[in-house]
Design a protein around this ligand. Structure first.
Ligand code: ZN
Length: 305
């Protein structure tokens, strides 16, 4: 199989694809940390599934160059056409790679309909400007936000080759448009940013809804994944453990902040009083935890008043 040359700025971080044994599935794990020149924007996970009649890709990584690396990883294992790319949710660290699929493949891109609020928004414009600065040359003046060819609402099913893919809207939770992909025949679940494994989740989206998020984590648990590929952190056969880690953290944030709001504490007082020692050594604590707590403080406050 011919492996195409990457036409974008060189990627030197590790983008190896790992197989899920017996599931025709491969996945790439992003590095920890916020997107920067150090990690070349490779901070999120993505994966793909072969079906005998074509490839289905879940998520596209954080730069066009990384998106193209994903195409190269696909070509290392199969020459099946790339038929679908599922955009799990429109956060910057997952979407700029869509450009590589749009410009270099015939893949049909599917997103959840609530992504429309982001695409073309001022938030999206500002985020892209920030990434052109932080991730140059991998994100530059030519980088753009790709609109899906098709949107789904609550649920959508794709039948291709020997597999059935079920897309489920799980938002508003981590974001408005969180979408989960379940491969029916193998039980592999691509959970997107509904699940973070081995690192603290990012809870800082303006539209975050941690009450729904906890509910959706229970939904993922009920799916009993044979293998879980989260949006960040390692992929695992121990889905229940990864789900309960994310769930426990969200519930702790909610409990601490609800108590503070009830006692009319300021956020600073509430943050200082709570015991966060359980999470201090978890990856991404420094970068995300205080902002997560603040987002949940505002959320809980708006629920109560
Ligand atoms: Zn996200």
């Amino acid at each position: 199989m011919a492996i195409p040359e990457n036409p974008y700025p060189a990627v030197t971080v590790d983008t190896t694809a790992q197989p899920v044994e017996g599931a025709d599935t491969w996945y790439m794990i992003g590095l920890s940390g916020i997107p920067s020149a150090d990690n070349q924007g490779h901070t999120s996970n993505a994966g793909f599934v072969t079906t005998g009649e074509g490839v289905v890709v879940y998520d596209a990584l954080g730069t066009p160059a990384l998106g193209f690396e994903l195409i190269r990883r696909i070509r290392e294992v199969t020459d099946e056409p790339i038929r679908y790319v599922i955009a799990g949710h429109y956060h910057a660290d997952h979407i700029y790679g869509l450009q590589a699929f749009k410009d270099h493949t015939d893949a049909h891109i599917i997103g959840q309909s609530r992504a429309q609020a982001y695409i073309g928004s001022e938030t999206a414009r500002q985020r892209l400007a920030q990434r052109r600065d932080a991730l140059f040359p991998w994100i530059d003046a030519d980088t753009r936000v790709i609109r899906p060819h098709e949107f789904f609402d609550a649920e959508h099913s794709i039948r291709l080759g020997d597999k059935t893919f079920r897309l489920l809207h799980a938002g508003p939770a981590h974001s408005l448009d969180d979408g989960i992909m379940v491969v029916e025949e193998t039980g592999v679940v691509f959970a997107g940013d509904i699940v973070f494994d081995g690192r603290l989740p990012f809870v800082g989206d303006d539209d975050v809804n941690t009450r729904n998020w906890i509910d959706r984590l229970d939904m993922v648990q009920e799916l009993k994944p044979s293998f879980l590929i989260p949006g960040h952190g390692g992929a695992t056969r121990e889905a229940a453990r990864a789900v309960s880690f994310t769930r426990g953290y969200l519930q702790d944030l909610r409990d601490h902040m609800a108590r503070a709001v009830e006692e009319f504490l300021s956020f600073d007082e509430a943050y200082a009083q709570a015991d966060w020692s359980e999470y201090e050594d978890v990856t991404a604590f420094e970068e995300t935890h205080r902002r997560n707590a603040y987002a949940v403080f505002l959320e809980v406050e708006s629920e109560m008043f």
